[in-house]
Write a protein that binds this ligand. Structure first.
Ligand SMILES: Cc1cc2nc3c(=O)[nH]c(=O)nc-3n(C[C@H](O)[C@H](O)[C@H](O)COP(=O)(O)OP(=O)(O)OC[C@H]3O[C@@H](n4cnc5c(N)ncnc54)[C@H](O)[C@@H]3O)c2cc1C
Length: 419
């Protein structure tokens, strides 16, 4: 088998087309991160259209109740077409129902073919698909891609479309083959310190031939910028009338409530976070962090592993601080304080994503090579047990004499915050 013969088998002849973006809504309104995803889809397809001279499109899919008027907005933010299903049964994102409808829409060759007629073989499936990597999108992306019998890359924060020469024992039977229009999906690996590129490639090996489309991913909110709204943009809007499975409608949402997060990082100018570096004496070290935070009028954050209850702590400390509500990073919260103090935190990519936009970062970490240094304005390369008590002592000395109970440091931070 020559390269050329193997290559020809990959010619999709229009079977796989377009980039579909699954939009999320809440209370009949767009979730802002959906527009970020749409913006990146637009940028990628603009390049795609030039590079491959193709007329493939960005198609947004939006399901919900009273959402039809969002379609125009999605066109203004980059979609070439919007397919919406507006129905009271779609008010809440019930996974089973949404999975079936999305899978049906993207495989409905008549519907998609009418939207963008193509002079070639029949449309079968999307070329690419984007979902949000939030609680709803992570679940939905997995079930839709299982339905479509393809792969999924989750928690992506960089995307490139290119042609790649691939040689693989099974995929290409050891031959080097050019794969065209490959979606390169980047994410931090599980350690958080290396990047992984995920590819979803067809098997071109004749012995185990299998096609993998769509190439799909879930995208971390906050990663990409939406495009600037352009009210002159025009696009197609199509309604999809879903047929519901009676059985599925038995799933009912009885109550839907927004629970306010008890940890309000937004109200603080300083955040002191701690990570696994407190390990040598967790209870006493958390008390040091607590004291420092109090003096600085700061809120306390944690790294993700700490939230997995890896330390033996008294119940009070555990309940107060060892909670997912305090996690900073891609699996937790994004914070932008004036001062961020990272104590015993190494600086994995997932953590940095949550705090790197802080104005001023101070790290306390004896390892001078830990990646947290890359985003720090100051790194104190000593053990926290040695540094934090000194900081506490210095701050305590600075009690303003004519204003008992108020710390000078606190006043300074407040003044800085108003600049
Ligand atoms: C899908 C996924 C999502 C993730 N999401 C998040 C997320 O949202 N947020 C997050 O934080 N992580 C997240 N992670 C985990 C992330 O990859 C790292 O494993 C984690 O951030 C490391 O936590 P850490 O810095 O506390 O621990 P470590 O990496 O173990 O670092 C501990 C640091 O403490 C230092 N240290 C040791 N002794 C002391 C001492 N005495 N004083 C001071 N410093 C000391 C060490 O030098 C080291 O740098 C995620 C991982 C995955 C796979």
């Amino acid at each position: 088998m020559t390269n050329q013969t193997l290559n020809n088998q990959s010619d999709d002849k229009g079977k796989y087309r377009h980039l579909f973006v699954v939009i999320e809504t809440i209370n009949s309104d767009l979730i802002p991160a959906s527009l970020e995803m749409l913006g990146e889809a637009r940028r990628l397809m603009d390049k795609f259209n030039i590079q491959y001279n193709s007329d493939e499109k960005v198609i947004a899919i939006v399901l919900g109740d009273k959402i039809r008027n969002l379609s125009q907005e999605l066109i203004f933010y980059g979609a070439d077409a919007v397919i919406y299903a507006d129905n009271p049964y779609l008010k809440y994102a019930i996974n089973k129902i949404h999975t079936k409808i999305i899978s049906k829409i993207v495989t409905d060759s008549n519907f998609i073919g009418e939207l963008f007629p193509y002079d070639g073989a029949d449309y079968v499936k999307p070329r690419y698909m984007f979902f949000l990597a939030d609680n709803i999108g992570r679940h939905l992306s997995a079930t839709v891609l299982a339905d479509l019998d393809s792969g999924l890359a989750s928690d992506i924060n960089k995307l490139v479309i290119s042609d790649l020469d691939i040689r693989h024992q099974y995929k290409t039977k050891g031959e080097t083959i050019r794969y065209e229009k490959v979606l390169e999906m980047y994410r931090p690996d599980f350690s958080g310190f290396l990047w992984t590129t995920i590819l979803c490639l067809d098997n071109r090996n004749p012995d185990i031939k299998k096609e993998y489309h769509p190439q799909a991913c879930s995208i971390i909110p906050g990663t990409f910028e939406p495009i600037t709204k352009d009210t002159k943009r025009i696009g197609k809007i199509a309604e999809y009338n879903p047929v519901f499975d009676e059985q599925d409608l038995k799933i009912k949402v009885i109550k839907h409530e927004f629970v306010k997060n008890p940890v309000q990082f937004e109200n603080y100018k300083v955040i002191v976070s701690f990570g696994r570096g407190i390990k040598d004496n967790p209870e006493s070290n958390i008390k040091l962090v607590e004291k420092l935070a109090k003096l600085l009028d700061a809120e306390i954050g944690i790294s993700l592993p700490v939230s997995k209850k890896i330390f033996h702590l008294n119940e009070k400390l555990e309940t107060l601080y060892i909670t997912p509500n305090r996690v900073i990073g891609t699996s937790g919260r994004k914070v932008t304080p004036i001062i961020y103090i990272a104590i015993g935190i190494s600086g994995a990519t997932q953590h940095l994503e949550g705090m790197k936009e802080s104005d001023f970062v101070i790290a306390i970490n004896p390892d001078e090579n830990s990646p947290i240094k890359d985003v720090s304005d100051i790194i104190i390369t000593e053990r926290m047990e040695d540094v934090v008590p000194v900081l506490i002592e210095e701050l305590e000395k600075r009690l303003v004499p004519d204003n008992p109970g108020k710390k000078e440091s606190q006043l300074q931070v407040n003044a800085y915050g108003k600049l």
